[in-house]
Design a protein around this ligand. Structure first.
Ligand code: PHE
Length: 378
């Protein structure tokens, strides 16, 4: 009796599932473009792991609006022009209803006009340059912006480290790096500090001694290096070789284990701002790390991975609230995101389509990223 009842129950459940599947036919297609290869491959690879985890969880829970989420991912090889092409392919050929991408501001800036033109909502997980969302009303982000990030590091240098004379070394063709250096400078000067030297390099450079020698001559008390991990570790090494034992400061672009692998002892004592701290004991963060490690062979997520997860969930949440997978309605719901509990913190989407949320400062110590402090948005 018992077993036959169970059998009937199972049959009924199957029939129901079948009925549902037929009624709710179709899928929801989301596009993701990112740097799976190229100069900053960890950006795209980490982000993808977070995005995919969010999509798998949603599908395991029955999908969104009763439909399966299909994620289509394109590699842009860390090149802005390829980012644009990838976004176009996802929009035109794959007919995605929303886009997730990119990490690097220069690449989000290259692709965003296509999303805007096609009226397909795009959410950048990690691009912090303010111009990204200024492209238009279909462009959003799941992270804070660089006036906040640059201002935070300037204040940290002035108030916590008590330095007054800072030099900068800027990646001159990188929108993020140039913007972040300007925002740092603005706040640092307002506080009463001085930028006594500003030197530049370009992505892919491996020789920074000439710039660092000039910087040394200006006798700074700290150097701000708003670049990406590919050059950050090398810059630190060469600075130490030249006898510059002063604090180095960076932004979120330093966040990669590659910084530690290249920089080794040279990056010890570096302070940089970031989106999350893996040693933050909050259950929200530790539970996410546990689940991420389980899915991705013990890997501890970096900030890009966590932001990929948050960006994807923010989008899925907007699709749910939109009630149907319609790009315009999804845009409206993204814009109406007033409270979203991300792993990287509680956030709200402001009138400029940027996320208002906290920032953290990390210190490299003993070959690890250590939490120093967290600051609430102003
Ligand atoms: N904020 C950087 C940019 O806008 C990208 C980045 C985000 C890099 C997070 C590392 C970690 O270009």
């Amino acid at each position: 009796m018992k077993s036959s009842r169970l059998g009937m129950g199972l049959l009924a459940a199957l029939a129901l599932a079948w009925g549902c599947q037929k009624k709710e036919a179709g899928e929801i297609r989301i596009g993701e473009y990112g740097s799976l290869t190229g100069n900053t491959a960890t950006f795209g690879q980490s982000t993808h792991k977070g995005v995919l985890l969010a999509v798998e969880e949603a599908n395991a829970a029955g999908g969104v609006l009763g439909k399966k989420i299909t994620l289509i991912t394109e590699d842009d090889q860390s090149k802005p022009e390829e980012a644009r092409t990838a976004a176009l392919k996802l929009i035109r050929q794959d007919k995605v209803i929303a886009l997730i991408g990119e990490v690097a501001s220069s690449r989000s800036l290259a692709a965003a006009p296509e999303a805007q033109r096609a009226k397909i909502p795009m959410i950048s997980s990690a691009s912090t340059n303010p111009q990204v969302t200024q492209v238009g009303d279909f462009i959003f982000r799941a992270c804070f912006i660089d006036p906040f990030q640059g201002g935070t590091m300037a204040r940290f240098a002035f108030e916590d480290l008590k330095v007054r004379r800072v030099a900068m070394l800027v990646d001159i063709k990188n929108d993020y790096s140039v913007g972040l250096s300007q925002f740092f400078e603005k706040t640092f000067k307002e506080l009463g500090g001085e930028i006594i030297a500003s030197e530049s390099y370009s992505e892919g450079d491996i020789e920074f001694r000439a710039q660092l020698t000039k910087i040394r001559e200006s006798k700074p008390e700290a150097i701000f290096v708003p670049g990406y991990y590919t050059e950050a570790g090398l810059i630190a090494k060469q600075a130490r070789e030249l006898g510059l034992a002063i604090p180095l400061l960076g932004g979120d672009g330093w966040d990669s284990t590659v910084t530690l692998e290249i920089g080794k002892e040279a990056v010890e004592g570096v302070y940089f701002s970031n989106h999350y701290a893996s040693d933050d004991p909050s259950p929200r963060i530790q539970e996410f790390i546990a689940k991420f490690k389980k899915r991705w062979e013990g890997e501890v997520p970096d900030a890009m991975a966590v932001l990929g997860y948050d960006a994807a969930n923010m989008l899925l949440d907007a699709i749910r609230r939109a009630g149907e997978p319609d790009p315009i309605k999804i845009r409206d719901q993204l814009a109406a995101t007033k409270e979203f509990a991300g792993v990287t913190g509680d956030m709200m989407i402001d009138a400029d389509r940027n996320a208002r949320k906290p920032i953290v400062i990390l210190k490299i110590e003993g070959g690890k990223f250590k939490f120093v402090k967290s600051l609430a948005p102003q």
